[in-house]
Each structure stands twice: as C-alpha cells, then as structure tokens.
Design a protein around this ligand. Structure first.
Ligand SMILES: NC(=O)c1ccc[n+]([C@@H]2O[C@H](COP(=O)([O-])OP(=O)(O)OC[C@H]3O[C@@H](n4cnc5c(N)ncnc54)[C@H](O)[C@@H]3O)[C@@H](O)[C@H]2O)c1
Ligand SMILES: O=C(O)C(=O)C[C@@H](O)[C@H](O)[C@H](O)COP(=O)(O)O
Ligand SMILES: [Zn+2]
Length: 362
C-alpha cells in the first residue's frame, strides 16, 4: 500500500492506494471511529462491493445505507435531497460520517451532502472508478449539476480520508475505464511531461489493466492533484489548470443533457481542442497534437465534438463556465507538454474558427 497526503493544515488527509483496501477493517476503522455512519452508493456498485465493505466496517449504533439510481443524470438537487431526507429521518447528528462508495457521481453528491448537513459533517471517499480514484475523490470539489451548467451548485469540502482499492477497477466497463484515462493523461499534460511520455509508452499495459501500471498511474495522478490542491485549495489561481479541456468538455456534457457523453470523453475532446488552440498559437508542436489525437484513439476516446453542436452553442455554454471572471473567459492551454497556462485573451473569433474547424471533422 502507498500513502500520499493532501497537505491542508488542519484539513490535511491521507490517500491510501493499494489492493483489498475495501476489506481492510483496521485501516477503515482507524478513520471511521464513530458510532454513526451513512454509506452512499448506487444500484450498480452496491451489489458488487457493499457487503464486503459493511463487514469490514463492523457493527455500529446507527448505519444508514442510501442506494442511488445510477447515472450522471441523477447528479441533481433531487438526489441530494434524497440523501439528506434519509439522514434526517434516521436522526444522524453532527458526529456522523458519510462514506461515498462509487464513482465521481456518488462521490460528488455525497461530499456535497456532507458539506450541507448541519453545516458540515465528515465524509470519506471510497472511489471505485479510475476517474474517481485519480481525480474526483481528491480535492474537495463537491457539487450537483444544473440543467444549464455542470457542477454549478456545490461547495468546497475536503474528505477526511480517501481509500483507493485498485482491485475494484477489474469490474469497471471498458468505456468507463477509458473515460478515467482521459483525466490521467490530463495530469501528464498539465504538470508532468515525463509522466505523459510514460503514459504514451505504457498505454497497452494500462488498457490491459496490469496492476503495477495501474498503481503507478494512479499514484502519479494523485500526487499531481494533491500538490495542486495543497497550493490552491479554492481555485484562486493555479488550481484552474486541473480544468484543462473542461470548459469545452462541460459545454458538451450540458448540451447533451448529461449522460450520453461521459465526463472523461467530453474532457478528452476538450483537451484536444485546447491542444489544437495551443498549437495554433505556436506554443506546442503540431506533431504533439497529432500524437495526442493518436493516443486518444488508442484509448478509444472521442476526438471530435458532437456533430449536432454549433460553435455558437459552445460559446454560449462556455460563457457560463465557473472560470469566467468579470465577463472574461479563462481557458487552460499548454505552453509545452507538462506546462499549463491560464489564458484570458481568447477572442471570440479565435474560438469560433477553432470550433468550426473541429465541428467539420465530427
Ligand atoms: N470533484 C471533482 O474534483 C471531480 C473530478 C473529476 C470528475 N468529477 C465528476 O465525476 C463524475 C464522473 O465520475 P465517474 O467517471 O466515476 O462516473 P460515475 O460515477 O457515473 O461512474 C461510472 C459508471 O461506472 C459504474 N461503476 C463505478 N464503479 C464501478 C466498478 N468498480 N465496477 C463496475 N461499475 C462501476 C457506475 O455505477 C457508473 O455507471 C462527473 O460527474 C464529473 O463531473 C468530479
Ligand atoms: O479538482 C479540480 O479542480 C478539477 O478541476 C478537476 C476536474 O477534473 C473536475 O471535473 C472538476 O469537477 C471540475 O470542476 P469545475 O469547477 O469546473 O466544475
Ligand atoms: Zn474532470
């Protein structure tokens, strides 16, 4: 087992990465000492992993299990209320801890419920998708979607611990695994060029879900995220680099009504747009864009935006991005592989041409 730390003073917490953590009673109970617990999962994950986890957690005075419907389309206020209603009805007090067992959807909603209940109770993350293991379980961004925008209602609320059991990845559908790889690749692009080159070389091993390669990729991704979050917890500046590809990607997810494009798929296409834009500015070589496109294709991630979108629709949705400040859109581009830049000078003309060219390939 490897342990990383997110250093945030009194809100610091460990990230444990290893096999069979889901059944590691001693480790789990060390971080979950209280008598009250709320386990939040969904209808797909619970039948696979809940029994084992429950057994490892041992008997408690009060345990509430909330099993949500599965899907990004349920990352809503209504689902948040479902959790809060159960927590209220079962009379949990402030000493309770929420535990998210699942992917990023379960994790983001559970974290938000923990941030809201009685103005904030503890929660821990037990992420079961690649995406949630390398990204959403770490950093304390919690949220639900609004029909008009992704993650628009939420709070920063850090978990107390993250337990990454890499065995759970063996049951993950291939499409979801690929979506997680998009966020893994993101870390190489924004802050770790050697890691990006390693990913290019080791993609076959990752796609075969070889344990050593998976552990390495998860650890390096979490290390990057932990460092960025520790430096800028609430996205005053630097943390925005974790949003590479997301301004385009969130526009795609919102336009599609959440669900038909997976988050990682939309981010992959968004990262390709950001790389193309960086190349057009002369910041990165054309060959890097071509190699990146090839890498996405190897992983079976989409390389063109949805054909039914227009550049105007993109611009409208991108104008609602959380990185818009005083009416100015900020985008994450690449100065080089491993070196992200936050730019505020993208013109409407530059974006329209970029998007129209990309839409022609869709
Ligand atoms: N908070 C953050 O910093 C952050 C970062 C990245 C993404 N996100 C959010 O995370 C969400 C995407 O997360 P996701 O990709 O994990 O999607 P997800 O939570 O929808 O999970 C993907 C699918 O895999 C299933 N699943 C989960 N674990 C499984 C397993 N081990 N075996 C079999 N099936 C399994 C789920 O039931 C679901 O159907 C989006 O809402 C995105 O906005 C948040
Ligand atoms: O942790 C962050 O910061 C990120 O931006 C990570 C992203 O991968 C993630 O999708 C996040 O939820 C996006 O945040 P948002 O503020 O753009 O909604
Ligand atoms: Zn993301």
């Amino acid at each position: 087992m490897h342990t990383l730390h997110v250093e945030l003073g009194e809100r610091s917490y460990p990230i444990y990465i290893g096999r069979d953590l889901l059944t590691d009673s001693e480790l789990l109970c060390q971080h979950l000492p209280g008598s009250q617990l709320v386990i939040v999962s969904n209808e797909t994950i619970a039948p696979l992993y809940l029994d084992r986890l429950r057994a490892a957690l041992g008997p408690r005075e009060l345990v509430t299990e909330v099993i949500l419907a599965d899907g990004e389309q349920y990352k809503t206020m209504a689902t948040l209320n479902e959790i809060l209603d159960r927590v209220m009805s079962d009379r949990h007090n402030r000493s309770t801890t929420l535990l998210a067992l699942g992917g990023g959807v379960v994790g983001d909603i559970t974290g938000f419920a923990a941030a809201c209940y009685q103005r904030g109770v503890n929660y821990v993350q037990v992420p079961t998708t690649l995406l949630s293991q390398v990204d959403s379980s770490v950093g304390g961004k919690t949220a639900v979607n609004h029909p008009q925008g992704k993650n628009m209602i939420g709070a920063f609320h850090q978990p107390r611990a993250v337990f990454i059991d890499i065995n759970t990845l063996q049951s993950l559908p291939a499409r979801e695994f690929a979506a997680g790889l998009a966020e893994v690749i993101k870390y190489g692009l924004i802050c770790d060029a050697p890691f990006y080159r390693w990913l290019q070389a080791h993609m076959p091993k990752l796609l075969a879900r070889e344990e050593a390669a998976l552990a390495e990729a998860i650890e390096r991704s979490c290390a990057c995220k932990a460092e960025v979050v520790a430096a800028d917890e609430r996205e005053g500046g630097l943390r925005a680099i974790l949003n590479l590809g997301h301004t385009f990607g969130h526009a795609i997810e919102t336009a599609q009504g959440y669900g038909s494009w997976l988050h990682g798929e939309a981010v992959a296409t968004g990262m390709l747009l950001a790389m193309e834009m960086s190349a057009r500015r002369g910041w990165i070589a054309r060959e890097e864009v071509a190699d990146f496109r090839q890498l996405l294709q190897t992983v079976q991630l989409p390389v063109a935006p949805p054909a039914d979108m227009t550049a105007d629709q993109f611009l409208d949705l991108m104008g609602r991005d959380k990185k818009v400040l005083d009416g100015t859109l900020r985008l994450i581009l690449l100065r080089d592989i491993g070196e992200a830049a936050i730019v505020a000078d993208a013109s409407e003309a530059e974006l329209t041409t970029l998007l129209e060219d990309a839409l022609q390939t869709a």
